[in-house]
Ligand binder design. Structure first.
Ligand code: CTP
Length: 129
């Protein structure tokens, strides 16, 4: 049984998100997603996501192939989460390439290519006109 863990905000869910999740799922037998908390986003980006952490977790949990969802409350707790959920592989988008290599002492680290030309930020900008 190979467990995959990935992390993200997943605000205003778009096709880049679901493609990343689908490709992550194919690397193993179960996929657990850490959804970053509202406060963690505020700390990182100085703004809150459009959808609350409960809404974002509810949406992610309904996607086919997702076996579990938890709230990521601190960037410093990644090693704890990886161990707690028994991760064999940590999957991140390749915007993070190299940044998570130090977790290779706990599990394999795989960076998957992002889907070009879409992001939550771009969706917000487009909707605003
Ligand atoms: N992702 C992807 N392709 C995209 C956008 C996101 O593969 N076009 C992946 C990211 O690499 C990450 C996960 O989806 O592994 C969650 O990304 P997140 O940061 O929540 O989404 P973004 O759309 O990048 O959000 P933002 O514009 O706020 O940075």
């Amino acid at each position: 049984m190979k467990t995959i863990l990935t992390f993200g905000t997943f605000d205003l869910l778009h096709v880049g998100h679901v493609r990343l999740l689908s490709r992550a799922r194919e690397l193993g037998d179960r996929l657990i997603v850490g959804v970053s908390s509202d406060n963690l986003n505020f700390t990182k980006k100085n703004k809150y996501p459009e959808f609350s952490q409960d809404e974002r977790m509810e949406i992610i949990s309904m996607i086919k192939g997702i076996d579990g969802v938890f709230l990521e409350e601190s960037l410093e707790l990644k090693d704890f989460y990886l161990q707690e959920y028994g991760a064999d592989i940590l999957v991140m988008g390749d915007d993070w390439r190299g940044k998570f290599d130090h977790y290779e002492s706990i599990c394999q680290v795989v960076y998957l290519p992002r889907t070009p030309s879409i992001s939550t930020t771009a969706v917000i900008e487009k909707a605003r006109g």
